[in-house]
Ligand binder design. Structure first.
Ligand code: FAD
Length: 114
């Protein structure tokens, strides 16, 4: 197994991980996002089927992109929300590696390396 080094590692490709990736990229910080399942998996498969966003589309979104072909006053379904995050990650070219679970974070001898 080869070793890979990256300046910043983000655990989880959900809403927070994608937002973090955008900010890191905007600041020129090399990073990698590891997601154990698929992007926004919680929305995709870990909620009840009838779940919709708790705010209208104009509100429950990132500043950088609207829900496309969608009434902005409507409440997006969980699948729609998951699709939105997938599209957003693609738009910002987020370096997300899916299907990789982080099992442990351990400090190395060098204080600054995990
Ligand atoms: C019932 C319910 C309804 C909600 N409704 C709304 C709403 O309408 N609007 C809204 O804005 N927010 C809503 N929220 C809050 C919503 O959960 C958060 O806004 C958002 O999903 C949080 O994003 P997150 O990235 O922090 O966490 P999550 O969405 O939980 O994402 C975490 C990601 O990390 C991955 N992960 C976890 N552990 C590991 C590991 N060890 N290694 C690799 N990957 C890992 C998971 O697979 C997951 O994809 C709701 C929450 C709940 C529970």
């Amino acid at each position: 197994m080869s070793n890979e080094k990256v300046e910043t590692l983000v655990v989880g490709g959900g809403q927070a991980g994608i937002a973090m990736s955008e900010h890191l990229s905007n600041n020129g910080i090399a990073h990698l996002v590891l997601e154990r399942n698929r992007i926004a998996e919680r929305w995709r498969s870990e909620r009840w089927d009838s779940l919709v966003a708790n705010g209208p589309a104009w509100h429950d979104r990132f500043p950088g992109m609207e829900f496309e072909n969608f009434d902005q006053e409507e409440f997006a379904s969980k699948e729609r929300v998951a699709d939105y995050f997938v599209a957003y990650a693609k738009m910002i070219d987020a370096p997300i590696r899916s299907g990789v679970e982080v099992q442990e974070a351990r400090k190395m001898d060098d204080d600054r390396v995990f």
